[in-house]
Design a protein around this ligand. Structure first.
Ligand code: NAD
Length: 475
């Protein structure tokens, strides 16, 4: 693929108006591609194409749209290994994680192909009589999609698939760190037969300018963003100018709670997934561990043994944990650990450091951490497991809920009823109960508080791309 013609507008690859930018493998620090660098003019051209394609796509029979989405899934699975290698190269994650992401990402096309053909709407009679109400749902229009670097495939397909299933056309801005996977998926969508202009991709380093061109454009009816709460807040302000339809999937600070009666083997297995999948760079990543004092030593020792066995290094060497995405992320994580150590925490367990030149951070288990510590209060986005002990449930809940975030949480407990009662009081959109993974295309992914607005996946994910209209009919 010629990435220097990577501004995909109306089915044609074009050069960017700002030249090109480099994509760097964070494990080797080598430049792996030069990609066309789009500016606001390119962003507007993408909206021209998406607007032009909208009516025909919205009017395409749901079954025909569904067939094209299903075909895209088949092509993603055909090219699964190539996509996994690409994700690993531009993001740095392990090949196991990258392969898992491809399957997960492709599944959104299947789920939303199936949802696209489910009839939905309502019919009612007014209480006073004399009228009937018919409720229908229409595609919202051209949707702007903005995605982060941590899941280059899944964050794109989790938006593109429901948007297209609903009958919307899209303009997508992938993260500048990881534009290659999105461009490959767009090429597969074209191969599947999705018409030109339905999916447009605008890679570029000047994200604020590209996205402002979209929030300023009255033809763009919707913005769906996944990324940090700071940028989400900014985009909500921009979107408010035109009272745009918005969906926000933002940051998290997931607590991982272990009760005294938990199955510790299962809890450690769950912790390895919740904390170390994607090297800790997931919005759902367990950020802080609250372990009952009665089992804290045993849990820490068992988790520590698993962490010490992790192989840290490039995906190409078959490692479990890759690098962080950037030097900036690495510096921030060192700051968090150092500030914890200054306030009395200690590194109880540590993996062996990587020998490669990339942005590697060696996974650690920290003990003696307090709830006031920055490493507990901030989203670390790194393979750090800080352990806080607890004894009183009300005190635990106060600590768990004292964060502006509310995305994911995890509870490991022997008594399922008690676990569910506890889960109901945790302020989070998703709670893994005796499971370290909550992501599932058939479930409504999303957060409360400053972790976001709206849901992705499930029926709810499709409704994010529709408007409700009713007809009041004289009867
Ligand atoms: P980020 O907010 O810096 O960037 C996300 C996207 O927004 C990128 O495409 C980026 O280029 C773009 N962007 C950056 N600044 C912008 C601006 N001023 N205007 C318009 N667009 C802008 O986030 P990130 O560092 O790429 O990703 C990590 C964050 O994403 C974490 O906080 C993580 O929790 C969150 N995240 C959330 C979910 C979720 O589903 N809730 C999923 C993955 C990641």
């Amino acid at each position: 693929m010629d990435y220097t013609k990577g501004v995909l507008v109306g089915g044609t690859g074009q050069a960017g108006s700002r030249g090109t930018f480099d994509v760097v493998d964070p494990a080797t620090l080598e430049v792996i591609a030069q990609v066309s660098d789009a500016g606001p003019d390119d962003a507007v051209l993408a909206v021209d194409a998406a607007s032009k394609a909208f009516r025909a796509w919205a009017d395409t029979a749901p079954r025909a749209r569904a067939d094209l989405l299903m075909k895209t899934r088949e092509l993603m699975l055909r090219d699964a290994e190539e996509l996994a290698q690409l994700i690993a190269a531009e993001n740095g994650k392990s090949l196991t994680d990258a392969r898992g992401e491809v399957t997960y990402a492709a599944e959104f096309f299947r789920w939303f192909a199936e949802e696209a053909v489910r009839p939905h709407g309502d019919f009612g009679s007014s209480p006073a009589g004399g009228t009937r109400t018919i409720v229908t749902h229409h595609p919202v229009g051209v949707a702007a999609l903005v995605t982060p670097w941590n899941f280059p495939a899944a964050m794109a397909t989790r938006k593109i698939a429901p948007a297209l299933a609903a009958g919307c056309t899209v303009v997508l801005k992938p993260a500048a760190e990881t534009p290659l996977t999105a461009l490959h998926i767009a090429a597969l969508m074209a191969e599947a037969g999705i018409p030109d202009g339905v999916v447009n991709v605008v890679p570029g380093e000047d994200a604020p300018a590209i996205v402002a061109a979209w929030t300023d454009d009255p033809r763009v009816r919707k913005i769906s963003f996944t990324g940090s709460t700071t940028v989400g807040r900014q985009l909500l302000r921009q979107a408010s100018e035109r009272v745009m339809n918005t969906s926000m999937e933002l940051g998290g600070n997931a607590p991982f709670i272990v009760t005294a009666d938990a199955d510790l083997g299962a809890a450690v297995d769950g912790a390895m997934i919740a904390k170390f999948r994607n090297g800790g760079q997931a919005c759902t990543a367990a950020n802080r561990f609250y372990v009952h004092a009665d089992v804290a030593d045993e849990f820490t020792a068992r988790l520590g043994a698993r962490v010490e066995a992790l192989k840290v290094g490039p995906a190409a060497d078959g490692c479990d944990i890759g690098p962080l995405i950037s030097a900036k992320a690495l510096a921030n994580v060192h700051r968090l650990v150092e500030s914890a150590l200054v306030t009395g925490a200690r590194i109880a367990h540590e993996a062996k450091p990587a020998t490669a030149p990339g942005h590697f951070f060696t996974p650690v288990v920290l003990t003696g951490v307090t709830s006031e510590s920055d490493v507990v209060r901030e989203e670390s986005f790194a393979p750090i497991a800080p352990i806080v002990t607890w004894t009183d449930t009300e005190d635990l809940l106060t600590q768990v809920n004292s964060t502006e975030y509310g995305l994911a949480a995890y509870i490991f407990a022997g008594d399922l009823g008690a676990a569910l009662k506890l889960a109901e009081r945790v302020e989070a959109g998703m709670v893994g109960v005796n499971r370290g993974l909550v992501s599932d295309p058939s479930a409504p992914f999303g957060g409360v508080k400053q972790s976001g607005i709206g849901r992705e996946g499930a029926r709810a994910g499709l409704e994010e791309y529709t408007e409700t209209q009713y007809f009041s009919v004289a009867w």
